[in-house]
Design a protein around this ligand. Structure first.
Ligand code: NAP
Length: 265
């Protein structure tokens, strides 16, 4: 599919893995790009390749999104640049370490990146998009957002925030021209695993997807207007049943009386 005037996509964590594939695919779909991560050399190499191959305009913005001043620089860009039509909140870190064996300072840095930066960047981008009547936001969550027992619990909690925040954004902003998507990757072959302390070779290859497969599938869901994308889930009825049950329960969750199971007999 080709979108000749797609506008500009700002992608965080674009220097490697899933973010770098989004950069490639979105440029091929006609987006100019703003690539954000800490490693400027890697961003420049990717930007040069994409420009050569697609002739799109690619800007590099090196920033540590865990650092308030650097984060503010990216927020300012999102507020000021009206050509930005899509924000891909992809930068994130995780680990598999059990809760009490994890360093609380490292857990806090994870929340700073996975939750705080993602929230602040969304707040920077969305008011302008709403004023212009169109825009998109893709938040990279994880399957652990609905299965927090699988890896480190703070990581799972941070991704549960991303999924819930995305559902809420969709609820409030879809009618104002904003397309929201949360992507829930399963295990994906990137540097994420090595950085998180569990080399990829330790995983069963049967559960690991390539970043190309993940991004191409998630973009297919984006084209279909799917709010939640879980490319590794084969039986999508499982998600639909889960979601229908959650929505049915939503209407019953508040009451002026405790449930009958609390009355004395
Ligand atoms: P990755 O290859 O390690 O990519 C992470 C990206 O985030 C890199 O570009 C990194 O670039 C950037 N980043 C890390 N810390 C940053 C910081 N403080 N400031 C700015 N950028 C920072 O891993 P990935 O798998 O592609 O991860 C992308 C997203 O997918 C993450 O949100 C992750 O939680 C999610 N996810 C991954 C998997 C998986 O199995 N791989 C599964 C589910 C969800 P620099 O080092 O250059 O800053």
């Amino acid at each position: 599919m080709n979108h000749p005037n797609a506008g500009t996509a700002l992608i965080t964590g674009a220097s490697s893995g899933i973010g770098a594939i989004y950069a490639d695919r979105l440029a091929r779909r006609g987006y100019d790009l703003i690539l954000v991560a800490r490693n400027r050399d890697r961003l420049n190499t990717l930007a040069n390749r994409i420009t050569n191959e697609t002739r799109r305009v690619v800007e590099v913005l090196d920033a540590d999104l865990g650092d308030q001043r650097s984060l503010a620089k990216v927020e300012a860009k999102l507020k000021e640049d009206a050509s930005i039509t899509l924000l891909v909140n992809n930068a994130g870190i995780g680990t598999h370490t059990p809760l009490l064996q994890s360093d609380v300072e490292q857990m806090t840095r994870m929340i700073d990146l996975n939750v705080t930066a993602l929230t602040r960047l969304s707040y920077a981008a969305l008011p302008g998009m709403v004023a212009r009547g169109h825009g998109g936001i893709i938040n990279i969550s994880s399957i652990v957002s609905i299965a927090p027992e699988i890896l480190n619990g703070v990581y799972g909690g941070s991704k549960a925030f991303v999924t819930a925040f995305s559902q809420s954004l969709h609820h409030e902003l879809a009618s104002q021209g904003i397309q929201v998507q949360a992507v829930l990757p399963g295990a994906t072959a990137t540097e994420f695993w090595e950085i998180g302390g569990l080399p990829l070779e330790h995983l069963d290859p049967a559960i690991v997807m390539t970043a190309d497969q993940l991004v191409d599938s998630a973009l297919t869901d984006y084209d279909r207007g799917e709010l939640i994308s879980i490319p590794s889930l084969h039986d999508i009825e499982q998600w639909r049943t889960y979601e229908a049950s959650r929505r049915a329960m939503s209407a019953q969750l508040s009451s002026n009386t405790p449930a009958p199971r609390y009355s004395s007999h």
